[in-house]
Design a protein. Structure first.
Length: 247
C-alpha cells in the first residue's frame, strides 16, 4: 500500500472549522499530514473537525485565533509547532465575504474586509516563514474568482482578493527558493449549509458555467493538496477552480 504523500508533515489551516476550510483540513489529513486548524468564533465546529481529523489516524489541534491580530497569530503558529514539532504547509483560508454598494461603502466596511482577507494572510505567512523555510515548505492562499473578475456589488471583497493574489506572487519571489507560495482561486462553490437565496444563485451561476455546474469544497481541497504535495516546481501561480465561469 503506498505511503500517503504528506506522511510526516504538518499543516496549519486558518479558518479550518467549517465549509471549505474543513474540507481542506480533512483532505490534507487523509494525505497523511498532522493538521492544526484555527477558528475565531466557531469553537464547537472546530472541535468536531479536529476530532474528525484525529479519527483519520493523524494528530490534530484546534486553536482560537484572530488572523487580524499579530499576537493571536504568533500564538497560533507557536502552538502548531509545539504540537507537531514542525510546520510544512500553511493554508491561508480564513476570509470574510461581503457585499455593498460602492457609492455608499463605508471606510469601516472596507477596512474590515481587508483586515481579514489581506492583512491576515500577510501576518500568518510572516510568522510561519522561519518554520516553513526550515522544512522547505509551502503556502497556499485561498483567493477568489472575484480577485480576477470585477463584481460591482463586492468592491471591497474583490479588491482584497486581488491584493491577496498579488501578495501571493510577491511572497513567491521573496520567500524563494526555500518556500513555494501559490493561490487557489475558487469560482462559485456550493456548500451544504447554503440558504434558499444561495440555492437560487447556484442555479444562475451553473447556467453561466461552461461545465454546466458549480464547484464543490472537495474540488478546492484537492487543488490545495496538488499544490502542497505534487507541484514541487510550481510557485507564484493563481490556480482558478471555476469550471470555466471566468472565461
Amino acid at each position: 500500500m503506498p505511503i500517503p504523500p504528506l506522511t510526516g508533515k504538518s499543516a496549519l489551516i486558518t479558518g479550518g472549522a467549517r465549509r471549505i476550510g474543513r474540507e481542506i483540513a480533512l483532505t490534507l489529513a487523509r494525505a497523511g499530514a498532522d493538521v492544526a486548524i484555527t477558528y475565531r468564533n466557531s469553537e464547537t465546529e472546530a472541535n468536531q473537525t479536529s476530532t474528525d481529523i484525529a479519527a483519520l489516524g493523524v494528530r490534530s489541534t484546534a486553536i482560537q485565533c484572530d488572523v487580524r491580530n499579530e499576537l493571536s497569530v504568533r500564538h497560533a503558529v507557536s502552538q502548531t509547532v509545539a504540537a507537531f514539532g514542525r510546520l510544512d504547509i500553511l493554508v491561508n483560508n480564513a476570509a470574510v465575504f461581503a457585499s455593498a454598494d460602492l457609492a455608499t461603502l463605508t471606510l469601516a466596511e472596507w477596512d474590515t474586509v481587508f483586515a481579514t482577507n489581506t492583512r491576515g494572510p500577510f501576518l500568518v505567512s510572516r510568522e510561519a516563514l522561519p518554520h516553513l523555510r526550515a522544512t522547505q515548505g509551502s503556502i497556499v492562499n485561498i483567493g477568489s474568482l472575484g480577485g480576477i473578475r470585477a463584481w460591482a456589488g463586492h468592491a471591497h471583497y474583490c479588491s482584497s482578493k486581488a491584493a491577496l493574489h498579488m501578495l501571493t506572487q510577491v511572497m513567491a519571489k521573496a520567500f524563494a527558493p526555500e518556500v513555494r507560495v501559490n493561490c487557489v482561486a475558487p469560482g462559485y462553490i456550493e456548500l451544504e449549509d447554503s440558504s434558499l437565496e444561495s440555492a437560487t444563485d447556484a442555479g444562475r451561476f451553473a447556467a453561466k458555467t461552461p461545465l454546466a455546474r458549480n464547484g464543490s469544497a472537495s474540488e478546492i481541497a484537492h487543488a490545495v493538496l496538488y499544490l502542497s504535495a505534487y507541484a514541487p516546481f510550481t510557485t507564484g501561480q493563481i490556480l482558478t477552480i471555476d469550471g470555466g465561469l471566468g472565461l
